[in-house]
Design a protein around this ligand. Structure first.
Ligand SMILES: [Zn+2]
Length: 438
């Protein structure tokens, strides 16, 4: 056998480092336990975050329940989202206009026994609206409220300064001021919202990896091919991140506007009974001339309004019958309310309808043959999304916290191997020889 400078593999395997007794053939070091148990650490971080969330829900906004009985629910008039003058209502009454808008604007989620009250007023009042930036989570928002000469045209605003302190409120920075137009502007910077974009990018990267894996699995692309689709498949995670980053940036810079609500000033003007109930409006929505019937009821209830052509419709729902409201809430995440007349037995098949607004989903349960009972369950997906974001952040933070340890060790090992040093302790093994006796 030929004599050689470098020990053969079997020979190398019997060599040991004189410093730490590690075999010279060792090419890897055992990483410390935080690296080996990274998933376990991440799961622990997730549990701690979950425990914190539960503690906060129970401690700060506890699980509540309660019940109250009201002798009646008075009217409290507001302006519908669209302007309706008496002439507009007349067009609905005669059937010239029948677009469903009037029904939609006047129907709120009320008990079937509630009655509709209406009045015509100058459109002076208090109104709010807001717009926000940031996708998928809100980062910055501007809310406006003021008293206007015309709540629809938003003319001649005036507002009182806020008594709230400007500055940080938890993770949110708030500034309330009277803007150049005289409106009260509420600026919010939601620092937690900054997490939404990066988390979406991480999700996109994960999706790209799954896509790449699927393309190799289904043999759409080959792992080491040179075709265009092979190169694209290999770059799928990066491409997904790039596309997602462009999408998140565009969606975040585009303002999302939300209409608010408007109420007449002076507050609570007297309303006239139309004799129309919540159950009637549900029925009107199913009939071809239902909207005209609603409009006729409004006109019949307000004969005196014919003298003022510029007055706008304001409406309210109220109840003259006593009712009981029972409610419960779990944090700000989930709550339920049951409204019922005393002694009413729910009968008939149950119907569930869903309504989505900007931060929650509301499920309304009604009984087809019972107007005097309804249940509402509201789930705040805005709040739920925040909780999921917090859990994701805990998982990722634990993973990122461990990652540098693994990286340092891999780098050190590579360096030691390249220099011919012991991977475990860094002792120079180059001078070490096995005397080949054969
Ligand atoms: Zn060593």
């Amino acid at each position: 056998m030929k004599d050689d400078e470098t020990p053969s593999e079997p020979a190398r395997s019997v060599l040991v480092c004189p410093e730490c007794a590690a075999p010279a053939s060792q090419r890897e070091v055992r990483p410390p336990w935080p690296v080996r148990r990274r998933r376990l650490l991440q799961a622990a971080a997730l549990l701690v975050a979950l425990a914190y969330i539960v503690w906060r829900i129970v401690g700060v906004s506890p699980i509540m329940s309660g019940s109250a009985t009201y002798a009646s629910v008075p009217y409290s008039a507001g302006f519908p989202s669209n302007r309706y003058t008496r002439a507009d209502i007349e067009r609905y009454a005669s059937g010239v206009v029948s677009d469903g808008q009037l029904l939609k604007d006047l129907y709120l989620n009320v008990l079937g026994t509630y009655e509709l009250g209406v009045t015509f007023l100058p459109p002076a009042g208090f109104a709010t609206h807001y717009h926000r930036y940031g996708w998928p989570t809100r980062i910055v928002s501007y809310g406006y409220d003021a008293q206007y000469d015309d709540v629809y045209a938003k003319t001649n605003p005036s507002a009182k300064p806020s008594t709230l302190r400007n500055g940080w409120w938890g993770w949110t920075y708030m500034v309330i001021r009277i803007d150049a137009q005289g409106r009260r502007e509420r600026f919010l910077f939601v620092s937690k919202g900054l997490l939404g974009g990066p988390l979406t990018l991480i999700a996109a990267w994960g999706a790209g990896r799954v896509l790449r894996w699927l393309m190799f699995l289904l043999r759409v692309a080959s792992r080491d091919g040179l075709r265009r689709r092979d190169r694209l498949a290999r770059r799928a995670p990066v491409l997904c991140i790039v596309v997602c980053a462009i999408g998140v940036t565009i969606a975040s810079l585009r303002p999302q506007a939300f209409p608010g609500w408007a109420s007449p000033v002076p507050w609570n003007p007297a309303c006239s009974d139309t004799g129309v109930t919540g159950a009637d409006v549900v029925q009107f929505a199913k009939e071809p001339d239902g909207e005209a019937a609603l409009a006729r009821a409004i006109l019949d209830a307000t004969p005196e309004a014919a003298s003022n052509p510029d007055a706008c419709l304001a409406f309210a729902w109220g109840s003259k019958v006593s009712l009981t409201s029972t409610g419960w809430a779990i944090g700000r995440l989930l709550w339920g309310t049951v409204l019922e007349h005393q002694g009413v037995e729910a009968s008939g098949p149950r119907t569930i309808s869903f309504k989505r607004d900007r931060a929650s989903v509301i499920a309304t349960v009604r009984w087809r043959e019972t107007d005097g009972r309804m249940a509402m369950y509201s789930f705040s997906y805005g709040r739920a999304a925040t909780l999921v974001l917090e859990l994701c952040a805990a998982w990722i933070a634990a993973g990122l916290g461990v990652w540098p340890i693994g990286w340092v060790i891999r780098r050190r090992t590579a360096k030691r191997l390249a220099r011919g040093w012991c991977v475990r302790c860094g002792y120079d093994l180059k001078g070490l020889h096995v005397v080949d006796t054969s």
